[in-house]
Design a protein around this ligand. Sequence first.
Ligand SMILES: Nc1ncnc2c1ncn2[C@@H]1O[C@H](COP(=O)(O)OP(=O)(O)OP(=O)(O)O)[C@@H](O)[C@H]1O
Length: 579
Amino acid sequence: MNAAGKRTSELWRIFGQLGGSFRQAFFFSCFINILALAPVAYMMQVYDRVIYSRNFTTLVMLTGLVLGLYVLTVVLDYVRAEIMLQAGLKLEALLGDRLFNLVFDASLRRLPGGAVHSLSDLRTLRDFLVSPALMAALDVPVSLLFLLLIYSINPVLGHFSVIGALIQFVLTYVQERRTDPPLKQAGSAMMEAQGYAHGVLRNAQVIQAMGMLSHLHERWMVRQRRFLRLQAIASDHAGKGMTLAKVVQIGQGSLLLGLGCWLTLKGLMSGGGSAMIVATILGGRVVQPLVQLTSMWKIVVGARDAFDRLEKVLHDLPAKPASMRLPAPQGHLTVEGVVAAAPGGGAPILKGLNFKVSPGEILAIIGPSAAGKTSLARVLMGVWPAAVGKVRLDGVDIYQWNKTELGPHLGYLPQDVELFEGTLAENIARFGDVDMEQVEAAARVVGLHENIADLPEGYDSQVGSDGCFLSGGQRQRVALARAIYGNPKLVVLDEPNASLDEAGDLALAQALEMLKARGVAVVVISHLTSVLRVVDSLLVIQEGAVKLYGKRDEVLAVLYPQSIKGKAVPAPASGGSGA
Ligand SMILES: Nc1ncnc2c1ncn2[C@@H]1O[C@H](COP(=O)(O)OP(=O)(O)OP(=O)(O)O)[C@@H](O)[C@H]1O
């Protein structure tokens, strides 16, 4: 276990809640193992009671009894598997939501190494709970009971069995030492190859257009070959270890029988032939779970690694304590000396920003490319934390505010529009309860209603994960409708007119005016004339710092001293982002 792996860790506590299932499964394992001796007992009874007496009734009764015991074994085996299956479902229920949120959180914070594998790690653990490897592990304590029985038959045989078990332990240990490193490396190589393939698929269109596929394929093959080579090394070590373990097991069985025979011939063991056979069979049962575990070592190591990774990620991203419910915000945004870097570290992108936006005010942010406008939008939305200073909404640190609670009061249009699998109505209504009146109202404001009404399925049209049938401008308008849906109090729009035509631009200006009339605080990153006409104040940032800030006309007067104040808002000189 890693440094975070104290027994009090969150994952251990969750496994603690499965303790009852483990105890029950162990209880059944004891019976199953004892019943596994039924064929031996049957053989000895037939030998003792039937062969000499030639009593057919006894033979029938013994046979019936042993068949009954086989059926009982099957039933107990089934019940044990069912208990562990339920334990797996309980694990999923206890951890599923937490991990889903955690993966999301890790992706937002760009945690090094990410946490995308946490959900598959949970599946690995759940599969392990019903795997034969776990059943073999549950059999180990019972095999110690068998060892005691062997000792009671003859201590020499007991010592011999212990030596056999120790050899199996050593073999298992050596195998782990040899298999573990290549297996781990193969795992990360596989994830790397998969991640690369996903990236390629995401950009399929540009790859196809520019004929880049063969070069990218070659790069993917390099990763894939590395994974296959490492996996082959790991399988080779595991295969050798398994064969050796089996040879030792078979050899030990015969040697135990031979030793028993020798002890009997020397008169050192009472009980004769039957004791010899019982000891041999019990000896086999002592090492069997260990051999099984060795043969399934890959599953055991996979589960252990998944456990370690989960334990670390749960430790690194602890569950947020339930925060106190806050009253709905009015839309007073204040930015107080904010210094911020991209999550995961690095130099500050925003270097001490101060400004405020009141309800019903529209602030436009302009600045050259890479000035930090998008980064600022993320900090304003509480997506990125501020390293120094605070972004407050109605006096409350927006980053700390519970997002599920705050979300309906915010509207955000990011620069890269993302639509999600679902209908247009669901996308606009943020996948909550769809209020069709509000959905239509939002679509009307952004000038999209007529377009949607013309579609065969209207608002029920499926958008698909990439908004397949929509044009760039339509996608942007759907995302804009989503940002203003409901009754948000703070709306941040990052380049909302990047893909809009003239009509779209006008619709955007109308939407801004509507938001202003409703008393919404609006921050819009845009340099376009149509937008600048409706804004109240302007913030010009450069290299992450405020260059100019104030009433729109005052700032424009500084920026463009030649223009006639109040007559026209000049378009910026270059095609960049203004200032
Ligand atoms: N996730 C990130 N990780 C590291 N650096 C980042 C990240 N996002 C942005 N940056 C850096 O921060 C700086 C500002 O980027 P940002 O996207 O905020 O600029 P911008 O003003 O919105 O630019 P543009 O007008 O071109 O969209 C850039 O130098 C960029 O490389």
